[in-house]
Write a protein that binds this ligand. Sequence first.
Ligand code: FES
Length: 183
Amino acid sequence: MTPASHSLRLSPADLRLEVPAGMRLQDVLFAQGVEFPCGGRGRCKGCRVKVLRGALPVSPEENHLLTSAERDAGWRLACRHAIAGDLELELAQWEMSVLSDNTAFAFQPREGLGVAIDLGTTTVAAQLLDLRTGNVLGVRTALNAQARHGGDIMSRVEFAMHGGQAELQRLLRGQTCGKGGPL
Ligand code: FES
């Protein structure tokens, strides 16, 4: 009998989910803050994921967009697949920019933990840091809750100018301070 759900593990944030069989990977990952730059049409490579465990068969778009070395290494386009078995995936987006930025910065070791938050138009990412070493101990990402009032900055500025500023602040405060948000 086919199981009704499958396990999905996402790296490098080490997120574990139970996902209904047949659900589009794009829908699962979008809810976790992953962006799909071409709208999931298989044209941009922006939704690349690497299969660490399990299998995703190569689609025609992946044959066209990815090199054979990338395909052999397990890279796939998340927007081209549905959940058909247990999977472990590494997400290219979670490895990029702020999440693995190697830029040097002045660092004074001290006791305790710190949190770095990257506020993006679509995604909010938070890193838990060991302040003695600067090492990242964990990463959480989520959709920016402000997106319900516009997908782009100008829409939100317009919303704020017409009385919505407090609402935008409230949404973000709730998301980053554990008052109803997923971070
Ligand atoms: S979102 Fe563009 S290829 Fe998947």
